[in-house]
Ligand binder design. Structure first.
Ligand code: RTP
Ligand code: MG
Length: 139
């Protein structure tokens, strides 16, 4: 069953390049409501645990280093058809392939430093949101 929530992170490249405000504005302008929001810095261990699903992928070690290289912004977002619509809003993983006007098209640096994360399923949105936020941190 489709739910109306997804989970995102503004990645270290976009934070250090000063794009937090612009990206949150794009997200809310596209009709997503912010349910939970956190500014934090992942340790290598925490980033490794978050990306456990990618453990066997060749880019896993680099991804964990990158995601723990500086602060990130984590959020739970709400909108009808949230997971699919949010992935449309952010664009393809590789910014070279991301459609004009998408967040990755505007703010990403490379296939790894690609500005934002977006959950790829309702099930993962739930798991990822629970990784960062308690019930008391959701509004
Ligand atoms: P995300 O999970 O961050 O929303 O990205 P995605 O679904 O579009 O891509 P995924 O396949 O889940 O990969 C997770 C993140 O790993 C980095 N990556 N690097 N060097 C590479 O070839 C490579 N491929 C992926 C990216 O940061 C990607 O977003
Ligand atoms: Mg993914």
């Amino acid at each position: 069953m489709a739910t109306n929530r997804t989970f995102t992170m503004i990645k270290p490249d976009a934070v250090s390049n000063g794009h937090i405000g612009a990206i949150l504005n794009d997200i809310t302008s596209a009709g997503f409501k912010i349910i939970a929001l956190k500014y934090t810095h992942l340790s290598k261990e925490t980033a490794g645990a978050f990306y456990e699903v990618h453990k066997e992928r060749p880019f896993y070690a680099d991804l964990v280093s990158f995601m723990s290289s500086g602060p990130i912004v984590a959020a739970i977002l709400e909108k009808d058809n949230a997971v699919e619509d949010f992935r449309k809003l952010i664009g393809a993983t590789n910014p070279a392939d991301a459609a004009e006007g998408t967040i990755r098209n505007k703010y990403a640096q490379s296939i790894e430093a690609n500005a934002v994360h977006g959950s790829d399923s309702d099930e993962n949105a739930e798991i990822e949101g629970n990784f960062y936020f308690s019930q008391l941190e959701r509004f």
